[in-house]
Design a protein around this ligand. Sequence first.
Ligand code: GDP
Length: 173
Amino acid sequence: MTKYKIRVAGEYGVGKTTLIHQFTQNYFPEEYDPTIEDLQLKHMVIEGENCYFEVYDTVGGEEEPLVRPRAARGASGVLVLYSITSRKSFDLVTVCCKLIREYIDSDHFPIMIVATKADLEDDRKVSQGEGMDLAKSLNCSFIETSAKSNLNVEQAFLVLARKINKSRLDKLN
Ligand code: GDP
């Protein structure tokens, strides 16, 4: 059994809760669901291996773009989200990743940058190229997703899981 403890971070409103919901429950909540728990679980069989995802939301007020890196404590990896419709949320990604890496004290801690709301193409403020370049400069993986269209949601978690596996192996060697 392989366990992944994943923290989801990013500015208020980028779609953290919704992405987690789509991944663990396979639906897009049209209405805000106040009953959602901070922790969601998902079981998957990946390449014949039983895998358990513990996914932690980062809840908080408007000023909460995981400039609370302590939230990453104990996580095997972090998804840092920004919305393609918000330049501000994109600008916060750099500081967020740097703070996490400083706090965890590892340049190799698995972080995946996830662009959200890719279905809102008409309202796009951040190009896919900018996202890719930023991820490269921060040594992170990158993917564009839409929880609404269920585009690349599972893929985001799977790519991060692969990155976590690799970092676990590297630690053993
Ligand atoms: P959080 O504060 O980061 O947890 O953000 P939420 O998950 O609460 O989402 C904020 C708003 O964005 C909600 O109104 C969601 O319905 C909306 N939203 C989230 N993901 C998507 C998406 O993929 N596409 C669209 N169009 N809206 C989204």
